[in-house]
Design a protein around this ligand. Structure first.
Ligand SMILES: [Zn+2]
Length: 187
């Protein structure tokens, strides 16, 4: 009998780290765009990992995605953004790239979440997309998001050289294994 492949899921400390990384990604992104708190508060979003109710399987080996969804409130429907992380792909990539220890996993999570946060801001303010769709994954948009994410994370001088290998178009959507032999496209 072929043993079933284990599906990896964030442990409690790893999940706590996800939300810590989310805070940092949010602070850095709103700072970059100079979004005032009152405007940011109007933008509703949540973040789900595998253990959350409502989490939907992401196509492997996608690391993360952001979607615009419509929720039903007491009085009226409202739009909100949902960032979904793929625990399994992230942990598999982290193990393979030797980023699994907390001191390395944290910046990796900040890197992933900053990328998704930039997608979110662009979706909400620039692209005006329709509910129910994922962020556009065309190459031009991905390049734009990567460029902005790198500027946002430029203070992370010791982090970027290690994580730039993930910076190829659609790094959250494609196999990191497939991409690992390609040179990162950094200008
Ligand atoms: Zn992306």
């Amino acid at each position: 009998m072929i043993p079933e492949k284990e599906i990896l899921q964030f442990s409690s400390p790893q999940r706590a780290m996800v939300f810590e990384a989310l805070n940092e990604a949010e602070e850095r992104t709103t700072g970059y765009y100079c979004i005032p708190p009152f405007r940011w508060e109007q933008l509703h979003y949540d973040l789900l990992t595998r253990q959350d109710q409502g989490w939907e399987p992401l196509p492997e080996p996608m690391l993360a995605r952001v979607r615009l969804l419509t929720g039903s409130g007491i009085r009226e429907a409202f739009d909100f953004y949902r960032i979904e992380l793929n625990d399994h792909s992230i942990l598999t990539a982290a193990e393979r790239e030797n980023l699994i220890h907390a001191s390395d996993l944290y910046p990796f999570l900040v890197y992933i979440l900053t990328h998704e946060m930039v997608h979110l801001v662009r979706l909400s303010t620039i692209l005006h997309e329709q509910a129910g769709i994922t962020a556009p994954c065309n190459e031009t948009e991905e390049h734009r998001v990567q460029d902005i994410s790198r500027q946002i994370l430029s203070g992370y001088s010791d982090l970027l050289p290690r994580l730039d290998k993930f910076c190829s178009p659609g790094f959250d959507r494609k196999s990191l294994t497939d991409d690992s032999n390609k040179s990162p496209k950094i200008n």
